[in-house]
Write a protein that binds this ligand. Structure first.
Ligand code: URP
Ligand code: ZN
Length: 484
């Protein structure tokens, strides 16, 4: 089946120009001016709109068992929501349950994802350290095609790992050519602050923000960066939400360390005033970790995206219904952590980024697809409008408008944290591996259309580790013998 997208302006992270795009069998076969439509091809008139690589959201939690419940968007509805907003691939977190091996967790997640409508991949969670974990990591990389491992420095007593476990796992990642990811919040300090605010009678959602100040994130980000450096490993910091964390990343990069930072669309446009809302449900629906920050942190995150010290805009889509949020009605530490954003990420970022002049169109492509495709080692199969790339394409209408509302969303939850936000710039047509998934505000994607995307490892960085050891090797000091 061939599709010709005619009369658009192709925008990649590194170039833009007027060009048609011809797709055959799910792959881009030509990009250029005045392309001929082969016999029988479907022609999509772009009408001067932009033609972008499909978005990649590298941070979702679909069908995730967490804090005593399961996130409401499963792989079918989460990826439908994604496609309707121009995101054609998600990378979800395969988190082993208590006592479960990575290998068994992987099988579970492949089953859960069978009804995905868009392409998908996984990061593997490291929730402890032992010989089996060490061995299984190799299978995860070499057999399952997962080149990223996620570590939580938060969620004490559940997913949290300590520095010893972190160092072991980062070292193992380095030797396997995998990239460690870190959720950087100091879980020990968060736990103590939670106790303190509960003792003081603060039980509502505002206590969530009070107990997770930017300092817990800044400290943990800096610690993870230093441990990664000592283990000879690069590092990707998920949901960088504040100036302290961004500065730690920028400092590390200025010192030559390979560290990447991922702000979320929520942190770029929403602030901690949301937790002061008198309506408990309203505030609880916005409980996520890290929490929304005071407004001044947003300027730092935008500056990071503009200057290149932050690299990817994700959502951490982990959607819980209001009823699920009420599990924490008497105690904010029991409110399931997570919000939605998958279907709105691209439009909100375009509006708040390109629409305000903060980002160029090319930078928009960089932070929504190309950068993460390179970080995850799937570029240019994903993240590019180029011959040979998967035909994950978005015809982006920069003039289309919509007011975001839960009433018209695809996500299964009953609210939207961007409710009332007016966006300018929306996907008119979305192709997922050459199939029309979204057109005329109608979803065509079907359960099972999505494919698993394995990702090859990078060359192992054990050499860098060895160099580090050599540079920092303790030197023996010859001393005069003063023993009597
Ligand atoms: N972010 C969040 O609040 N929930 C999902 C789990 C995580 O990423 O921390
Ligand atoms: Zn997450």
């Amino acid at each position: 089946m061939a599709i010709l997208i005619r009369g658009g302006t192709v925008v990649n992270h590194d170039w833009s120009r007027r060009a048609d795009v011809l797709v055959e069998d799910g792959v881009i076969v030509a990009v250029g001016p005045d392309l001929e439509a082969p016999a029988g091809a479907e022609v999509i008139e772009a009408g001067g709109a932009y033609v972008l690589p499909g978005g990649i959201d590298p941070h979702t939690h679909l069908d995730f068992m967490f804090m005593g419940t399961v996130s409401a968007d499963d792989f079918e509805w989460g990826t439908k929501a994604a496609l309707s907003g121009g995101t054609t691939m998600v990378v979800d977190f395969c988190i082993p349950g208590p006592g479960q091996s990575m290998l068994s967790a992987y099988q579970d997640y492949r089953r859960k994802a069978e009804r995905a409508t868009s392409d998908y991949g996984f990061h593997m969670g490291v929730t402890g350290w032992d010989r089996d974990t060490f061995n299984d990591m190799e299978t995860v990389v070499k057999t399952y095609g997962i080149n990223t491992f996620k570590h939580f420095l938060a969620y004490k007593g559940a997913l949290m790992v300590n520095d010893d476990e972190l160092y072991h796992s980062f070292s193992r990642c380095a030797s396997l050519g995998a990239l460690p990811l870190v959720h950087a919040e100091n879980g020990d300090v968060v736990f103590r602050l939670q106790e303190r605010y509960l003792r003081e009678g603060i039980t509502g959602p505002e206590g969530h923000a009070y107990s997770r100040p930017p300092e817990v994130e800044g400290e943990a980000t800096n610690r993870a960066i230093m441990i990664a450096d000592m283990a000879g490993s690069p590092l990707y910091v998920v949901h960088t939400s504040c100036r302290q964390s961004h500065e730690a990343i920028a400092r590390a990069r200025a010192a030559g360390k390979r560290v990447w930072g991922e702000p979320l669309i929520q942190h770029l446009v929403l602030d901690d005033g949301e937790y002061q809302n008198r309506d408990w449900d309203y505030a609880a629906r916005r409980v996520m970790s890290p929490p929304f920050r005071p407004k001044e942190h947003q300027a730092s995150l935008w500056a990071g995206l503009q200057s290149g010290s932050l690299h990817v805009v994700a959502t951490d889509h982990c959607a819980f219904t209001t009823e699920q949020k009420r599990l924490g009605a008497a105690d904010f530490t029991r409110i399931p952590n997570g919000t939605g954003g998958l279907e709105d990420r691209m439009a909100v970022l375009w509006t708040a980024g390109v629409g305000t002049g903060r980002l160029t169109r090319e930078e928009f492509v960089a932070v929504t697809s190309a950068n993460i495709a390179r970080i995850l080692n799937i570029y240019p199969r994903k993240g590019a409008v180029a011959v040979g790339s998967d035909a994950d394409l978005v015809v982006w209408d920069p003039a289309a408008t919509r007011t975001i509302s839960a009433a018209s969303q695809i996500s299964r939850i009953d609210y939207n944290v961007f409710e009332g936000y007016e966006v300018t710039g929306l996907p008119a047509v979305v192709l997922s591996r050459g199939k029309v998934a979204w057109i005329d505000r109608e979803l065509r994607a079907e359960a099972g259309d999505g494919q698993y995307v394995p990702r090859p490892a990078f060359p192992a960085v054990a050499v860098a580790d060895a160099q580090w050891r050599e540079l920092n090797a303790p030197k023996r000091v010859e001393r005069i013998d003063v023993t009597p």
